[in-house]
Design a protein around this ligand. Structure first.
Ligand SMILES: [Ca+2]
Ligand SMILES: [Ca+2]
Length: 445
């Protein structure tokens, strides 16, 4: 998608409730927003064309849209024309006095996860989705906005639609490493201010079926040799039994299959695409500007795992239970933050066989919409693991080492290993039933 049109949205007074005074009164939502275009962004002035939908958390279900035609989170057919003055616009969603606007039925508010999705067309660059969707808490007929502080600014990079199956991880500064004073056992992750550029990340761990699809193309068509077949408990379970070399080559194959430029090369000049053998690709041999798939750096992975929260043990907070992630709770552990129940997770243990992986996305997503950033399978990252976090902007680990980084813990781990600050590594030629991964993309794809 073109980045030529950059829209930032400032929600000063995002949503206000209009409580139904009578059962016959149509429900309306008074929504106010600001839209800016261009780079650098300037407030849009003129007549804007907007589309609105109320969708579920992951945007796959449409509860309502302005003309009633939206399904599965897709844009509705007809647009609502609204005046925009110095970037500001206001609309009564559900007000049938407006052209192409239909009533919002009360049943919409029976859903616990309603979010507002907005598309905007400035008349030049076509209709584009503004992201992220705005969280709405529904309490009976009264609706209030939540999850976005008054006056919060959504950066320009956040308003481009992510590729299918991926979400945008916003760029910015975060505290990388352990900030939980009680967790003195973490000795290799002193907290340090770190800034990462925005990027897209696979919503879930790469599944066995995803792996097989790319692996077969790579082997039969793409000129790749020796790429592991991978293992998995089911098509929608995470792939495992893949080495670091395998997953890097798979990312290249996924790129080439999709017509993107590969990221990983076996030479500093980036002329030979990494397709075969075990090559310890160095930071210099990575085309960080290419539009293809790659592994996350440790910094990117941890920023993503934290989901916008700060200083928490886990992607959702400071305690863990088997309702939140796939891990092993020891019968005799003494971790106050592990609420169990004991032993393997019931979802992962279905069938009674190892590996006790769970289908990807079996637990709630974190604040960025990512699943299984704690537990299920361990996830290979790019870095040669540095002894301490470097901080700064877009750190990429050590320049050399014998090992590569892993993050997030796994189905057989105690919660110690699932903490956001937890750091692990392994030889790049090692594989077993615990190791998987997910991929990321640079912006502008
Ligand atoms: Ca336990
Ligand atoms: Ca995981």
């Amino acid at each position: 998608m073109s980045l030529s049109l950059v829209k930032s949205v400032l929600f000063a007074a995002v949503l206000t409730a209009t409580t139904a005074l009578h059962a016959q009164v149509p429900q309306v939502i008074n929504y106010q927003g600001r839209v800016a275009v261009g780079s650098p962004a300037v407030n849009f002035d003129g007549t804007g064309s907007f589309k609105f939908a109320l969708v579920n958390t992951d945007g796959t279900t449409s509860y309502w849209s302005n003309d009633g035609t939206s399904t599965a989170g897709n844009p509705p057919t007809a647009a609502v024309t609204l005046p925009v003055t110095k970037g500001l616009y206001s609309v009564l969603l559900g007000d049938t006095a407006l052209a192409n606007m239909t009533t919002i039925t009360a049943t919409v508010f029976g859903n616990p996860d309603v979010r507002l999705r907005v598309w905007f067309n400035d008349g030049v660059n076509g209709s584009q989705l503004l992201t992220p969707d705005q969280r709405i808490a529904a309490v009976g007929y009264a609706m209030v906005a939540s999850g976005l502080a008054p006056g919060a600014t959504i950066s320009a990079s956040q308003v481009v639609s992510p590729p299918p199956g991926m979400v945008l991880i916003p760029g910015g500064e975060f505290t990388m490493g352990n900030s939980v004073a009680a967790d003195t056992d973490i000795t290799n992750a002193a907290p340090v201010s770190t800034t990462v550029s925005a990027f897209y990340m696979d919503v879930t761990e790469v599944t066995l079926s995803q792996w097989q699809s790319v692996q077969q193309w790579a082997t039969l068509v793409g000129g790749y040799a020796g790429l592991a077949a991978g293992g998995g408990k089911g098509a929608n379970h995470p792939v495992h039994s893949v080495t670091w070399y395998d997953v890097v080559k798979w990312c290249n194959a996924r790129s080439e299959q999709a017509g993107k430029t590969p990221v990983y090369y076996t030479d500093d000049a980036h002329t030979t695409v990494y397709r075969t053998g075990n090559v310890n690709v160095t930071n210099v041999q990575v085309d960080w500007t290419a539009n293809g798939y790659r592994l996350a750096t440790e910094a990117e992975w941890e920023k993503a795992a934290r989901g916008g929260l700060s200083g928490q043990r886990f992607p959702w907070g400071n305690t863990i239970s088997q309702n939140l992630a796939n891990y092993y709770s020891p019968p005799f552990d003494s971790l106050a933050y592990d609420q169990g129940p004991d032993r393997y997770n019931a979802i992962g243990s279905v069938g009674g066989t190892v590996p006790a992986t769970s289908p990807v996305g079996s637990f709630a997503a974190n604040g960025y919409g990512l699943y299984d950033m704690a537990g299920n399978v361990f996830e290979w990252c790019w870095d040669y693991p540095a002894e301490a976090h470097a901080g700064g902007t877009d750190p990429r680990g050590a320049t050399s080492d014998t090992r590569r980084a892993l993050r997030g813990g796994k189905w057989s781990h105690t919660p110690l290993y699932l903490r956001c600050a937890g750091r692990f590594n392994a030889d790049p030629d090692y594989s077993d039933i615990f190791f998987g991964f997910r991929a990321v993309l640079a912006l502008g794809q």
